[in-house]
Every structure is written in structure tokens, then in C-alpha cells.
Design a protein around this ligand. Structure first.
Ligand SMILES: [Zn+2]
Length: 482
């Protein structure tokens, strides 16, 4: 080394931005990840971002940093917990290091949108899905040095599905073997020529290995070697089992129902034809729950993210209204800031309060809904029943509902914290201009306008938004009527 003038290095070294360690990565080894996430949360102008903006940054930037690590390492639980806490703190407070609680429990946030969450993936489940990718590669004997090394050195004469977790195996290998219980019954072995699968130790037999269903005895009875492939019992494209015992007879009867198509053996994820992705694995191992009926009221195409976030918070009962704050002892009065003399609650604010009701009623009438709004409990049910789908009217009503809720909430905050007051006409004007801008900005409007049957009510609507004539001429149906 001295002759070549090379310096002796020490682990861990950085490689592709990651620490190269020979043993289980410690919290200190992963501190680079934690620091990187924290730095990002401080670098953005977080305080001026809306919840919708923060959610977008969290999903696209913060989570990507973490994904890179999660797909390379099995991260220690303390690191995953810390990552989650940074993401949570950033979403709710705009900074990565706040300990204050969020408005909605984190486990509820970390669920797909369709079941009421925000589609954020919690680190632990995502890391587990990423480990399953390693196991998937080993099962498929992917052509990489690593999978070959696993098969030759770690498994040797054993088989992946039945290899025991022994005391002195490495932490990484232990985790990969432990991931088998999450893959079991989700991985589908399809026998074709039988040249790849182990006869006794691969789960091609009704999702199980023959050794686990019938025990080792059946191998002795058959007189076939332990390392036999499934092709040993296939002859001229038909099953051909030695019938030396009752169990073998049983197996033979069951396998006679399994077809043997031409081609090479194949492994599928969940169902035939689909392959493994970490995203699909994450979905499969995430706790399953029922879809929420308001999913399409909140999340629809071309929405305004910060407005939709406000509606989502309402459905999740997450707004910190004065009735809640009084119960927690944070404030002494829960009187509605719009001066109606009643208590401020979610139900009152959207839209039992005369101030907010006048705004929403104005738009309801404009859109041809012959009804007067009530409190949130009634409005939420009405929205769920009436605002499904994305036809022109429904889309515009959903967009407006979200805008009205957002602006009413902002007005309420301005009155509470900044002593700024605007009347409902001002708010109606502002909401109209926001909706108009959204419509102007969308090529989508043209599509909506031309696809939907147009009536005088629609004309009135476009006139109301004061969309300029040159834009209106983009809609052939409108022009015909005019
Ligand atoms: Zn009120």
C-alpha cells in the first residue's frame, strides 16, 4: 500500500450517497437521511405554504428521499419512526422538528385516499414492501450477483421457502426470510414445464409447499431426491406421480386438476399475469379498510389542492373549531366569530351560520339547486348523494363547494387572528374570481363544454363567470345556442 501510495479506508464509507456498512445499520449510520429530510423541511418557505402545497412537497420530494434509502436498506425501527415524525411535523406545522400533535391521527393520514387518508405511505410498511422485493428477486432467480450469492452462499442446499432463520444469520438476511410470511399466499407459482420449481420446497401446490403440508415422510415414500424439480413427476405433459403411499395418491389426485400449459414455469404476484412492484406490495400489506363514500367529493380531477385539503379536514372532523378549543381549555369563549351569537362548531361553520350560509346558498341557487343549506352533517350527506361523478355541473359544484369552505375558513381565521373583516359579498366575489380563473386555465373546460348538453342555465353560468367571448367561442355547443 505504501508503494502504491494508497490509504487504508474504514467502514462506513459513503457510496452513492448511502453509508456502506457491513453490519446492521445503526441510527447514527442513517443520521444522514434524517438530517437530509430535516434540512429540506427548513429550506422551503414552509410557513407561507398551504396544507395542499406541503402535502405535494411531502409526497414528491421528502418521500422520494426516503424511498431511495428504504429500497436499499432495511432501516432500524428508530430511524423509520424519526422519518415519520419529520413528515408528520412538516405536514401539520411546516417544520420538521415540531412535537405538537396534528389535526388528524397519522395512521389515518397514511392510508390511500379512497379509504379516507391522504395517500402518504408510512415508512415502516413501505420498507417492509421494499424488503419483499429482495425476496421476490431471490424466488425468481434474478440475474444479479447478489441473488446468485444468496442462493449459493446463504441458501446452499436449502430452499428459500423452507430455510430456517438461524441464530447467527445476518440482520438483513433474517429480515428477508421474515418477509416470507407477508408474501405467503400472495405469490402464485404456476407450473408449466416444471424445470425451475423445487418439487418439495416451493409453494406451487395450492399455495403451499408439499413438505409443509405432508411433512418429510412423503419425500422418503416417493423415493425421489430432495432436490427434485417438479418436472420429475411430469411425463409427456401429464402428471406422473409414484403412488407409493396414501399421501402420494392424495397429491396425485389433487395435481391432476392442475393444468400444464406449454412454456417455462412462472411466478406471479397476487394473480396470473401481474408482476411484483413495491407499490402493489405496499397496497397488499397495508391494513385493509372500506372505501369512504365522500372520496369523490374531495378528490376529483383539476381540483384546487388547498381547497380540497380543507374539505378533507372537514370530513375527517379535523378543523380546530372554537367548541373543541374551549373543551381543551385553550380559549374561554366559543362564540361564532361571524357575530351570529351561536357557538362555533364544524356543523355551525359549514353552513348553519347565517354568514357562511348566505354564501353557499348564493352558489346553490346559481347552479340551479332548489334548496337552502343546513349544518355540515346535512350538507355532507347531501354532497355524498348528489356530488358523485365528474360531469360538468357536478365538477363545477364540487370545485365551488371546496372554494367556499376554504374561503369561509380563511375569513374565520382572519377575524380570529388578524382582526380583518369582510362582508359576504366580498367573499362571493373572490370565490367567483377563483373559480373563473380555474375554468380559464383549463383546456379541460373546452372538453366539458362541448361534451355536455347545453341549456340556457349553462349560458347563464358562463355569463356569470364573465368568461370572455373569445374563450366562450371555444365551446361549439354554446356558440350554437348563442
Ligand atoms: Zn355563526
Amino acid at each position: 500500500m505504501s508503494m502504491l501510495n494508497i490509504q487504508e479506508g474504514r467502514l462506513p464509507v459513503r457510496y452513492l450517497g448511502l453509508p456502506l456498512v457491513a453490519s446492521k445499520p445503526s441510527f447514527m449510520d442513517c443520521k444522514i437521511l434524517v438530517d437530509k429530510l430535516l434540512r429540506r423541511t427548513f429550506s422551503w418557505m414552509s410557513n407561507s405554504l398551504s396544507f395542499g402545497g406541503r402535502l405535494q412537497l411531502l409526497k414528491s420530494v421528502l418521500f422520494s428521499i426516503q424511498v431511495f434509502w428504504c429500497t436499499t436498506f432495511i432501516l432500524p425501527a428508530a430511524v423509520l419512526k424519526k422519518c415519520d415524525s419529520i413528515l408528520r411535523s412538516f405536514l401539520w406545522h411546516g417544520l420538521g422538528n415540531t412535537k405538537r400533535a396534528g389535526k388528524v391521527a397519522w395512521w389515518k393520514v397514511c392510508r390511500p385516499e379512497s379509504v379516507g387518508g391522504l395517500g402518504i405511505k408510512d415508512s415502516r410498511t413501505w420498507n417492509r414492501a421494499a424488503i419483499m422485493k429482495c425476496a421476490w428477486d431471490i424466488c425468481n432467480r434474478k440475474e444479479t450477483v447478489w441473488t446468485k450469492w444468496c442462493n449459493v452462499v446463504l441458501l446452499k442446499d436449502k430452499f428459500f421457502w423452507t430455510a430456517p432463520i438461524i441464530g447467527n444469520c445476518s440482520w438483513g438476511w433474517r429480515n428477508i426470510l421474515a418477509s416470507r410470511k407477508f408474501m405467503h399466499r400472495r405469490i402464485l407459482y404456476e407450473v408449466k414445464d416444471g424445470n425451475t420449481f423445487s418439487l418439495w420446497f416451493d409453494p406451487w401446490y395450492q399455495g403451499e409447499t408439499i413438505a409443509s403440508v405432508f411433512g418429510q415422510r412423503v419425500i422418503l415414500d416417493s423415493g425421489l431426491p430432495r432436490a427434485a424439480k417438479v418436472s420429475t413427476v411430469i411425463s409427456e405433459n401429464r402428471w406422473d406421480w409414484p403412488l407409493n403411499s396414501v399421501n402420494l395418491l392424495d397429491i396425485s389426485n389433487t395435481t391432476s386438476l392442475i393444468p400444464l400449459p406449454a412454456g417455462c414455469d412462472a411466478i406471479h404476484w397476487l394473480k396470473k399475469g401481474s408482476t411484483f412492484t413495491i407499490q402493489e406490495a405496499w397496497k397488499a400489506i397495508s391494513p385493509q379498510s372500506q372505501d369512504v363514500p365522500w372520496f369523490k367529493v374531495v378528490w376529483f380531477p383539476q381540483r384546487i389542492p388547498k381547497h380540497s385539503f380543507c374539505v378533507w379536514l372537514s370530513f375527517m372532523q379535523g378543523h380546530r373549531t372554537l367548541d373543541k378549543l374551549t373543551r381543551f381549555g385553550v380559549v374561554s369563549s366559543s362564540a361564532c366569530v361571524f357575530g351570529c351569537g351561536q357557538e362555533e362548531s364544524l356543523d355551525h361553520l359549514f353552513f348553519a351560520c347565517p354568514y357562511t350560509a348566505s354564501i353557499w346558498n348564493f352558489f346553490l341557487a346559481k347552479y340551479g339547486f332548489n334548496r337552502r343549506c343546513r349544518g355540515w352533517n346535512v350538507e355532507a350527506t347531501w354532497c355524498i348523494q348528489r356530488l358523485q361523478g365528474n360531469s360538468h355541473n357536478i365538477w363545477l359544484t364540487k370545485l365551488t363547494l371546496a372554494a367556499v369552505m376554504y374561503h369561509c375558513w380563511v375569513e374565520r381565521n382572519n377575524r380570529c387572528f388578524n382582526n380583518e373583516y369582510r362582508n359576504s359579498d366580498c367573499l362571493i366575489q373572490e370565490i367567483s374570481s377563483v373559480i373563473e380563473c380555474r375554468c380559464r386555465g383549463l383546456a379541460h373546460v373546452e372538453m366539458l363544454g362541448s361534451r355536455q348538453a347545453c341549456n340556457s342555465c349553462d349560458l347563464d353560468r358562463w355569463a356569470f363567470w364573465q368568461i370572455p367571448w373569445d374563450l366562450v367561442t371555444l365551446f361549439p355547443l354554446l356558440v350554437c345556442r348563442v
